[in-house]
Design a binder for this molecule. Structure first.
Ligand code: BV8
Length: 230
């Protein structure tokens, strides 16, 4: 059975109404994303960073999966390919569309983490710096998100999947952020075919065998239909 590894970024959730980093100009409240999504920013102003994620958590809860998320779930459910989604997104739209094999390499808005004892639990809608950890009671709670400078989650499992992939597909990502931006090279080196589905060529466009340009809600279902008709 063909193994397909699919990397998704903010662009797949754009038509669900969730802002991407580029379109937002990477700015929030006058801060660059790289300035807000860091451990240093959290140490300096935990209330500001919690507010940033409280806003993102509310937006994700109000959003609906779009036809691109649904098409990827349909591809997995068809059972003719081994499908793994590695998402950079922290929303849960893949899961809500029905995808099962999903890795959130940059964490998830649905998760909370205690910076003091490492305990993880389901994040409440609104988090605040003085919230006590449910396990150790210390006020050290943070969103379970991978910030710039932190180790992305499940990298060993991801690199193994890239080594074994027959096809690597990148959807809705600009190729700005590493190590995700290098996955296409890792997959190609291991012999996979590579395909980019994006609104515009990404920074890594030249590394792909093939590219289809357009909005994800159109080009992802078209691609899945072609695959399932073959
Ligand atoms: C790490 C969670 C060590 C937070 C995020 C210099 C060189 C190489 C690396 C570095 C470097 N300097 C610093 C680094 C490391 C750094 C990095 O890459 N920095 C960048 C800025 C240079 N990386 C890290 O720190 C990572 N950790 O390196 O640890 C290590 C290394 C290897 C192995 C182990 C350990 C951690 C990075 C994670 C940061 N956290 N997210 C949050 O979400 O709030 S990153 C965040 O930004 C997202 O998760 C995502 O990854 C990134 C945004 O990227 P995209 O998803 O691509 O979104 P973007 O807006 O950029 O693009 C949208 C695309 O969609 C566009 O192309 C657009 O055209 C397209 N689009 C829009 N609409 C549509 C569409 N496509 C289709 N249809 C549409 N409708």
């Amino acid at each position: 059975m063909e193994k397909i590894v699919i990397l998704t970024g903010a662009g797949i959730s754009a038509e669900s109404g969730l802002r991407t980093f580029r379109d937002a100009g990477g700015l929030w409240e006058g801060y660059r994303i790289e300035e807000v999504a860091t451990p240093e920013a959290f140490a300096r102003d935990p209330a500001l960073v919690h507010d940033f994620y409280n806003m993102r958590r509310a937006a994700a809860a109000a959003a609906r999966p779009n036809a691109a998320h649904a098409a990827l779930a349909r591809l997995e459910a068809a059972g003719r390919h081994e499908v793994l989604i590695v998402t950079q997104n922290v929303d849960d739209l893949h899961e809500r569309a029905g995808s099962v094999h999903v890795i959130h390499m940059h964490g998830s808005l649905a998760g909370a983490l205690c910076a003091a004892c490492g305990y993880r639990w389901a994040a409440p809608a609104v988090m605040a710096p003085q919230d006590p950890c449910p396990a150790c009671a210390r006020p050290a709670t943070r969103p379970d998100i991978v910030w710039f400078g932190e180790m992305p989650y499940q990298m060993d499992r991801i690199w193994q999947a890239l080594r074994q992939a027959d096809l690597f597909v990148s959807i809705g990502t600009s190729g700005n952020v590493y190590p995700a931006a290098a996955f296409v090279q890792d997959a190609a080196r291991a012999g996979a075919r590579t395909l980019e589905l994006n609104l515009e060529p990404s920074l890594g466009a030249r590394d792909f065998d093939e590219a289809r340009i357009g909005p994800a809600s159109r080009i992802v279902p078209d691609w899945v239909d072609t695959l399932l008709r073959a």
